[in-house]
Design a binder for this molecule. Structure first.
Ligand code: PMP
Length: 309
């Protein structure tokens, strides 16, 4: 997905020109994947552009940093304000994707990250839907990856650590080379964990089931949490339960969720059609309510929107 440059990127408290937002080749995080980051979206609403669940994303950013013992030299409120500022100064009134990154900078090398300087950047740009409009509408094909999700005792799966995404990239490349849209990763114990950058759900007998994040090593997704609330409010039962590979094949419906991907039906898994192979009714209802929610069209979820002006 190509990036469309905008004007300014926030770096360590200052707005710098897009083209000048560069780092030295000996930046620690470039070598050891020692950063943490977030992916956030802002959407147009009838009362101006609004960032979806901004506070929750920034708190998760700080939680990721805490796990890796990175001290962010700003407060949560300062990063929230900076995020709003980036959307505002770049005039991203039609919505955008926002990428805050905490990285260990230039000046130290070696595996002890503690003496490294900590840098913060926040960039934003217009970004279409991550798995494509066709996927949103008709669903994506998935392949269970030969790569396992991390063991939470090998790397902390509760964090969005930059280096951890080598695992997602391996699975993504394998799936794409094999002709699928997305990969599904199993946890070390063989149960279903999540996709490369999305949580996974199945629908069985009218209920939504999604793996428990702490058991499965999946990230506790903010979209996943939003969907759980939306589904329950729609009267749909939601359960956190372990699921196995064949549960995917035999599900009535399946879908995935993430900030970048949004809510995407899963059409097939390992060449087996899920349900009818078309987006199912519960998936579609949840998806439509999610899209209305992020655009400020559902009153009960207006607290999730953080207006930029
Ligand atoms: N799992 C992984 C591995 C992810 O990178 C993401 C994206 N942040 C998600 C799940 C979905 O999380 P969210 O809904 O908070 O974007």
């Amino acid at each position: 997905m190509p990036i469309t440059p905008t004007e300014k990127i926030w770096m360590d408290g200052e707005l710098v020109d897009w083209a000048d937002a560069t780092v030295h080749v000996l930046t620690h995080t470039m070598h050891y994947g020692s950063g943490v980051f977030e992916g956030i979206r802002a959407y147009p609403t009838s009362s101006g552009v609004a960032v979806f669940r901004l506070g929750d994303h920034i708190r998760r950013l700080f939680a990721s940093a805490k796990i890796f013992m990175i001290n962010i030299p700003f407060t949560v409120d300062q990063i929230i304000d900076a995020t709003r500022e980036v959307v505002r100064v770049n005039g991203l009134n039609d919505g955008c994707y926002i990428r805050p990154l905490i990285y260990l900078g230039y000046g130290e090398m070696g595996l002890n990250p503690l003496p490294c300087p900590t840098n913060v950047s926040i960039a934003a740009w217009p970004w279409g839907t991550y798995l494509g409009d066709e996927g949103i509408k008709n669903g994506v094909s998935c392949k269970v990856s030969s790569w396992r999700r991390h063991d939470p005792n090998a790397v902390p799966t509760a964090a969005k650590g930059t280096g951890m995404y080598m695992n997602s990239s391996l699975a993504k490349v394998e799936a794409i080379k094999a002709g699928y849209d997305e990969a599904i990763l199993l946890a070390p114990n063989g149960s279903v964990s999540e996709c490369t950058g999305e949580n996974i759900f199945i629908v069985r007998d009218g209920a939504i089931i999604t793996p428990h994040t702490s058991d499965s090593g999946a990230l506790a997704g903010i979209t996943q949490n939003s969907i759980e609330t939306i589904a329950r409010d729609l009267g749909v039962e939601v359960r956190h339960e372990p699921i196995i590979r064949t549960d995917l094949y035999l599900a009535d419906e399946a879908f995935l969720s993430g900030t970048a991907a949004e809510v995407v039906p899963i059409r097939s898994v390992d060449d087996r059609e899920v349900g009818t192979g078309k987006p199912g009714p519960i998936t579609v209802e949840v998806q439509q309510t999610y899209f209305a929610t992020v655009r400020g069209e559902v009153d009960r979820y207006k607290d999730w929107l953080d207006h930029v002006e």
